[in-house]
Design a protein around this ligand. Structure first.
Ligand code: CTP
Ligand code: CA
Length: 241
């Protein structure tokens, strides 16, 4: 598709998108991680760039094919106005998002952020002591980057967007959990998607319900991750001053 066919409704806007999944070091050689490929976050970054935005992608441990896709898009002359900051841990992701976020009109937290990290990170590899079983790893809670951004507002009129990957359970449906999360986080927009049994992670399709900060449904999108990304930007554009 030609550039002319894409509405330039994010022209002159600075956006930050976090993508991928954080890794929390246990020792110099091990980490606690998750299965996020970064595909949805990269689709958001690419869609925003195509719509004219100046994009900073904060990339946490993207799958190799997703990294290749980013490199190819940036390599093609003038195709992608996107700077990439690579991070590993939640602490690094938080610093990078906040640094770029001070100048941003929109921050989208599409990364899967580890809820907990090891309390201590020894400089040397943890050794097994044969016959003594594993030593427990003490965990501490990570800061909630999205809730911080939503409650602090690094810039006035900044639009803050989050994702909520949910499975339903005995206490409520996917949407019930999404609604509770939307209210707790304080973000302007939350994209709720059902995960588990092959959905959401690692595939090229996604299905999301868009909620506002009060937990009310403001949109729905399904299709490729790029189509979902464009639906998210459509909703964001309506919130921009
Ligand atoms: N998020 C974040 N910082 C964290 C945890 C999550 O910024 N420490 C962001 C994610 O990037 C996502 C949103 O918050 O945009 C929701 O993440 P999710 O894991 O679904 O929510 P949690 O609040 O961690 O709740 P839980 O995992 O218990 O469902
Ligand atoms: Ca979580």
């Amino acid at each position: 598709s030609s550039v002319g066919a894409v509405p330039q409704d994010l022209a002159g806007r600075r956006v930050v998108v976090s993508a991928g999944g954080t890794r929390e070091p246990i020792d110099p050689v091990r980490f606690i991680g998750n299965r996020s490929s970064g595909r949805q976050g990269v689709a958001l970054a690419q869609a925003a760039a195509a719509r004219g935005a100046d994009v900073t992608l904060v990339a946490a441990n993207l799958a190799q094919d997703v990294t290749d896709q980013v490199d190819a898009a940036r390599g093609a002359a003038g195709r992608l106005a996107c700077s990439v900051v690579s991070v590993e841990s939640t602490a690094e992701l938080r610093s990078a998002v906040r640094a770029a976020g001070t100048e941003a009109d929109v921050v989208v937290m599409a990364a899967a952020v580890a809820d907990f990290r090891p309390a201590a990170t020894p400089d040397a590899k943890i050794k097994k002591v044969p016959g003594h079983g594993p030593a427990p790893i003490e965990l501490v809670e990570n800061p909630d980057i999205l809730a911080e951004l939503a409650h602090e507002r690094l810039r006035s009129d900044q639009v803050v967007v989050g994702f909520a990957a949910e499975t339903g359970d005995a206490s409520g449906s996917v949407l019930d959990h999404g609604r509770t999360k939307a209210r707790r986080k304080g973000a302007d927009l939350i994209a709720v998607n059902a995960v588990g049994s092959g959905r959401g992670f690692g595939t090229d399709s996604n299905e999301v319900t868009l909620l506002d900060g009060a937990g009310d449904v403001v949109g729905h999108a399904s299709g490729t991750k790029r189509e979902v990304a464009d639906a998210v930007w459509d909703a964001v554009v309506k919130l921009l001053p």
